[in-house]
Design a protein around this ligand. Structure first.
Ligand SMILES: Nc1nc2c(ncn2[C@@H]2O[C@H](COP(=O)(O)OP(=O)(O)O)[C@@H](O)[C@H]2O)c(=O)[nH]1
Ligand SMILES: [Mg+2]
Length: 252
């Protein structure tokens, strides 16, 4: 008997909560106060499916470089509405965005499936680094520069928060024989802590070619971002895997 009444009350409150959630959602959807009336008109005109579609591959002061499915590139500016919104967001368009464009102007930005961001220097706004990315290749070395597990944790958290798969790439495996006992111990501890997490770990070396083929196949048909501190060999890995000649830096 007591249980029945309790169940009834539970059901009653659940209905109540459901109703107020519905009302709140409706109010949010119909709240157009953040748009000017003219913007609403412009906004709906942006959804023209006949407009050419492309992906933002680079951003500079001149605008966004958009590439279509045939590989043709076009430098696009932000249209009026987008410029207005830019005042509120730190960066409205990011590398990886799928957009529609018209007369060299971006008219519409598609909803994003994932994002990688960091706080801007003021610490108040989020700054998008890249969007619609499948995986973050968190690159590290064991010595020179030394392994920094706390930094790796931050990259893993950023990847998971932004809906991307983290993958650990351990580069510079070739000079491991020169590692001190302390460095080797930290590396072993690191492996035994991270292996059970289910995050793929790939050992590579651009010097010997170890794991480069595996890296290439891991990146096939995927959008990837390399992250990792300066000097771990991100540019060298891209060069080794894709035959490019990005500038690589000497360590200080
Ligand atoms: N020993 C060794 N050195 C490497 C390896 N990969 C890169 N380096 C060197 O590490 C330095 C930094 O590489 P770079 O690609 O510029 O690192 P980034 O700052 O992460 O892009 C350069 O001097 C590279 O030649 C490697 O597998 N083994
Ligand atoms: Mg580099």
């Amino acid at each position: 008997m007591t249980n029945d009444r309790f169940d009834d009350e539970e059901a009653f409150h659940a209905r109540d909560r459901k109703q107020s959630r519905k009302e709140r959602r409706h109010a949010q959807e119909t709240d157009r106060s953040k748009f000017k009336k003219t913007d609403i008109k412009k906004e709906s005109s942006q959804l023209d499916p006949a407009l050419p579609r492309g992906r933002v591959v680079a951003i500079s002061g001149e605008g966004a470089m958009v590439e279509n499915h045939e590989g043709c590139r076009c430098l696009c500016s932000l249209k009026g509405l987008l410029k207005k919104e830019k005042m509120q967001a730190k960066n409205l368009i990011a590398v990886g965005d799928f957009v529609r464009f018209k007369e060299s102007a971006i008219a519409h930005v598609e909803e994003r499936t994932s994002y990688l961001s960091r706080q801007d220097i003021t610490g108040r706004k989020e700054q998008l680094i890249a969007v619609n990315i499948d995986q973050v290749l968190i690159t590290t070395s064991v010595i020179n520069p030394p392994l920094k597990p706390a930094l790796i944790d931050r990259y893993i958290i950023a990847a998971r928060k932004g809906n991307m798969h983290p993958i650990l790439i351990i580069n510079k495996m070739d000079p491991l024989s020169e590692a001190s006992d302390e460095e080797l111990e930290l590396f072993q501890e690191f492996l035994s802590a991270y292996e059970p997490l289910g995050i793929p770990i790939l050992s590579v070396s651009t010097t010997t070619g170890l794991g480069v083929e595996a890296l290439r196949s891991l990146m096939k048909d995927k959008s990837s971002v390399f992250s990792g501190q300066s000097g771990v060999g991100k540019s060298s890995l891209i060069n080794a895997a894709f035959g490019l000649s990005l500038k690589t830096g000497d360590l200080p």
